[in-house]
Write a protein that binds this ligand. Structure first.
Ligand code: ATP
Ligand code: MG
Length: 158
């Protein structure tokens, strides 16, 4: 069944906003129109939870996170931007590899296994979407992912 993505994401972010230990502001940039598409809600929730927890985990206290949702021609584009530590240019594509962690010592202190983004990538690709990142060391990171909006061609199915 189709899910309305704006309210779906609003509900997930409300849960982060209510968690008072995350002293970080979440700015929401959402379209006014509804965006409906077929998704596995539990799986996409898992993706957003991981990206949001990373943004919080790798940001200084009080850093701002900007969550943007944008409807494009055939897809919806999500972006989650933080003002955290950032990632060196030559390492940014590796963060989607299983068990890859940028700074081993620092990451150990922060906890985690290095699987969050690898699992997120599997989920997004199973939805026929894409996931990628841009980052500047010392300035912050943006994680993007897309989900298709139109039904994929059904071949010779009638
Ligand atoms: P897990 O998600 O399994 O608890 P993790 O957060 O270390 O552990 P991933 O979510 O896969 O694993 O992220 C991989 C690595 O990418 C992280 O260890 C971190 O070095 C880097 N990283 C991910 N998101 C960010 C971010 N927003 N800012 C800076 N570095 C990040
Ligand atoms: Mg993670």
């Amino acid at each position: 069944q189709k899910v309305e993505l704006v309210s779906f994401v609003e509900n997930i972010l409300d849960r982060f906003d209510m968690n008072k230990t995350d002293v970080i502001g979440i700015e929401r940039k959402f379209p006014k129109e509804q965006i409906k598409t077929r998704i596995d809600q539990d799986k996409i929730t898992q993706v957003i939870d991981n990206i949001m927890s990373n943004a919080i985990k790798y940001s200084p206290e009080g850093g701002k996170i900007t969550f943007q949702l944008a409807k494009e021609q055939n897809r919806v584009k999500f972006s989650i931007k933080d003002q955290g530590l950032g990632i060196a240019r030559e390492k940014v594509d590796k963060i989607f590899d299983r068990f890859y962690r940028v700074d081993k010592a620092r990451s150990r202190e922060l906890g985690g296994t290095g699987l969050g983004l690898a699992i997120s990538k599997e989920i997004i690709e199973a939805h026929h979407g894409h996931i990628w990142a841009t980052s500047k060391e010392g300035q912050g990171t943006t994680i993007y992912f897309t989900l298709p909006l139109k039904n994929r061609k059904r071949g010779n199915q009638k």
